[in-house]
Design a protein around this ligand. Structure first.
Ligand SMILES: *[C@@H]1O[C@H](CO)[C@@H](O)[C@H](O)[C@H]1NC(C)=O
Ligand SMILES: *[C@@H]1O[C@H](CO)[C@@H](O)[C@H](O)[C@H]1NC(C)=O
Ligand SMILES: *[C@@H]1O[C@H](CO)[C@@H](O)[C@H](O)[C@H]1NC(C)=O
Ligand SMILES: *[C@@H]1O[C@H](CO)[C@@H](O)[C@H](O)[C@H]1NC(C)=O
Length: 334
């Protein structure tokens, strides 16, 4: 054997060793080795030749996506209402009116028209693409946030979405201080500061009328419960959860379990549709299995899991599956 040829063989074996070693390293590092290796190689070549589906490390939708997820996720249904998508099918309208059995609803399309004279009519957040990396923290109200020290992590997100009464004053270390979006319905409404976006979940036509009233004349003071006549909120930053999307969450994601989805679950699906990366805080019970709010002293107060309206266990199952499939990350607190 000539010398150059031996050297070529040596080089070849050296290369082979390097390739084997790096493959092994990847296999060792990641749980689903083969898949991850190809995904990684793909992402790498992506960065050289073209761009990925989003600019985050992991995106909500992937090229080779999970079948369970694909079966449920429908990007073409917009989470927020605009004049254009506000028209409901007969079936959707009937279902929606049935939620809180509104007896004599006002003229829905007339109310919607009036509403969009008060709040902006824009398509928001549907700008997913290779240049966007939007990270979101969905902050539930569970007592498992107490002592969690998640505040810094939550505040570092692009969007910080809270719901219902959720206070931050005095709880910053555990729940953070910033709020970009606050999800509420008339019976759970609180005052917001001028920079926070109010996302209203309407359960009936009266809720849309209340939104108009609460930002203007203050005439509506009662739905099926007393509600605030006025609320502090920036009317240029009010968004409406789309009833069509509401029904989609119920049918596609809960497969009709419970009477309707909880605020927490509706908020989670909202985030999944508008964010690239979703981190979930304050969902589920605390370390003792108690269901209460983080601002309540009494562990036994507010057993909100057992309201009968929502199927909490089914919702939790779906949430765990989303985490299993790396669509969201769950921070379980204490
Ligand atoms: C997604 O929703 C749209 C609008 O309702 C519907 O036409 C379409 O068939 C749905 N796509 C899938 C894959 O279910
Ligand atoms: C409801 O309101 C719309 C828009 O303002 C109007 O065109 C329609 O005639 C109204 N329908 C009824 C039944 O009053
Ligand atoms: C709130 O923001 C709006 C603009 O979005 C501005 O017109 C208004 O003056 C602000 N109000 C306060 C109290 O800062
Ligand atoms: C949740 O998932 C587990 C395991 O997949 C299953 O045994 C259980 O019945 C599910 N619970 C509900 C309420 O669907």
């Amino acid at each position: 054997m000539s010398l150059p040829r031996r050297r070529r063989i040596r080089t070849f074996f050296l290369l082979l060793c390097i390739i084997t070693f790096t493959t092994f390293l990847f296999s060792y590092t990641f749980r689903d080795p083969s898949l991850y290796f190809f995904k990684y190689a793909f992402r790498l070549s992506d960065n050289f030749f073209s761009k990925g589906l989003c600019a985050c490390r992991q995106c909500m939708t992937e090229l080779e996506d999970d079948a369970w997820f694909v079966e449920r996720f429908n990007q073409s249904i917009h989470p927020l209402m605009t004049r254009e998508n506000s028209v409901l099918s007969d079936e959707t309208f009937k279902w929606w009116q049935w939620l809180q059995s509104e007896k004599k609803p006002a003229n829905y399309s007339g109310v919607v028209e009036e509403l969009f004279q008060v709040i902006p009519d824009e398509v928001r957040y549907m700008d997913t693409g290779p240049d966007r990396c939007r990270t979101c923290a969905v902050v539930g109200n569970s007592g498992n946030l107490k002592g969690s020290q998640y505040g810094g992590l939550i505040d570092s997100s692009d969007f910080i979405i809270r719901m219902n009464q959720a206070p931050t004053n005095g709880f910053e270390e555990d729940v953070g201080a910033r709020t970009t979006h606050h999800i509420m319905y008339p019976e759970s409404a609180i005052d917001l500061d001028n920079t926070t976006i109010l996302v209203l979940i309407p359960f009936k036509t009266l809720d849309l009328q209340w939104m108009i009233s609460a930002l203007t004349t203050g005439t509506i003071k009662h739905t099926y419960l007393p509600v605030p006549a006025r609320i502090k909120a920036n009317k240029d930053k009010v968004l409406i959860y789309n009833p069509t999307f509401f029904k989609y969450v119920y049918e596609s994601w809960l497969e009709g379990h419970g009477r309707y989805p909880s605020t927490g679950f509706l908020t989670l699906l909202f985030a999944i549709h508008i964010c690239d990366e979703v981190n979930l805080f304050g969902f589920g019970a605390d370390q003792y299995g108690n269901w209460h709010h983080y601002w309540e002293k009494n562990h036994l107060a507010g057993a909100f899991r057992f309201t009968g309206v929502h199927d909490g266990s089914y919702e939790y199952n779906v949430t765990l599956l989303l985490a299993d499939k790396h669509k969201i990350r769950m921070f379980k607190g204490r």
